[in-house]
Design a protein around this ligand. Sequence first.
Ligand SMILES: [Zn+2]
Length: 398
Amino acid sequence: MAHEEPGKSAPPTKLVIRNIGLLLSGDLDQPILDADTVVAVGDRITTVGKEKEVDTSGATVTVDAKGVALAPGLIDSHVHPVCGDWTPRQNQLGWIDSYLHGGVTTMVSAGEVHTPGRPKDVVGLKAMAIFAQRAFHAFRPGGVKIYAGAPVIEHGMVEEDFKELAAAGVKILGEVGLGSVKDGKTARQMVGWARKYGIQSTIHTGGPSIPGSSLIDKDMVLETDADVIGHVNGGHTALPDDQIVALCVRSMRALEIVHNGNERSALLALRMAKELGQLKRVILGTDSPAGSGVQPLGIVRMIAMLSALGEIPAEVAMCLATGNTAKMRSLNCGLITPGREASFVLMDKAQHSAGKDLLDSIQKGDLPGIGMVITDGAVSAQRSRNTPPATRVPEVEK
Ligand SMILES: [Zn+2]
């Protein structure tokens, strides 16, 4: 792995990516930047500009983008990791590394709920959350950064538990509703305690995902008022249309659309957000691993589906999986701007796509071809083993 922290005395690496044909910023306010070069020192972006105006001297690694597009590394807002790069859901190894080849450089856990024998007593669930936070902080399959340690609230928790979890480094709750707390009043109180100590919350929305989980309707979602309306399009079973519309209109919280949800409902939520002028609330996840397996290309599939069928420009769809998620989840990635994490995906129109260029191909529903993925300033993958082949592929010059 090329991701060890450099020793204190070692000079930081300097990455120069030049000859970028299209710079996708991740920022809804300006999705395309007029620049062809990005410089990163260590794990942070330092400069974005035109090659002739940028100091590219002293590069330790130079990438010739060969005219392809560069975007922030994609963020999967909703995953269920367990331990290491293994999932018991379909008993697969190496699933996170496979997502890297789908352009994903950051994942957010919605709860380590697939853990065999998951403890549901308060001491046990706190221990598991702290373990998961520590383990995934230290372990980055393929370079993917995983924010895990997301406890699922259970009856019996008190304010002191949230204070203790926060002090131990826990920053997110797993999906509200997957534990024993199924009423809005208790959920709202616990989400409030979490928020008081800086822990972000997400609520399961819709019908049960698998045997053992249960229905969460719009009244419970609105009463709980979690920071993220998790899979507003169901996971898989969606709420009735009028309830989805009510969540879009009556809440200002993040609207998370997932791959393992109802596609028609996804388009409804997207259309509502667009009509309300609140596209910034829309964030994307896979909600995987799941009954339908793992989806290494889940996020790019969502981008293409929402762009093609939801009729939003491809550069805007890219923002839903990058800058929007970063803003809604307070992450320092997802935008191409100095100071942000130097994690990128480089992509081009897939070979033989009917689209005239990358953006047109995505708007026509085709997946992009990924040619390189960079995490924290280091090249983590070259030509993707999972996407259709990119027409042009970036090269490492030295
Ligand atoms: Zn869920």
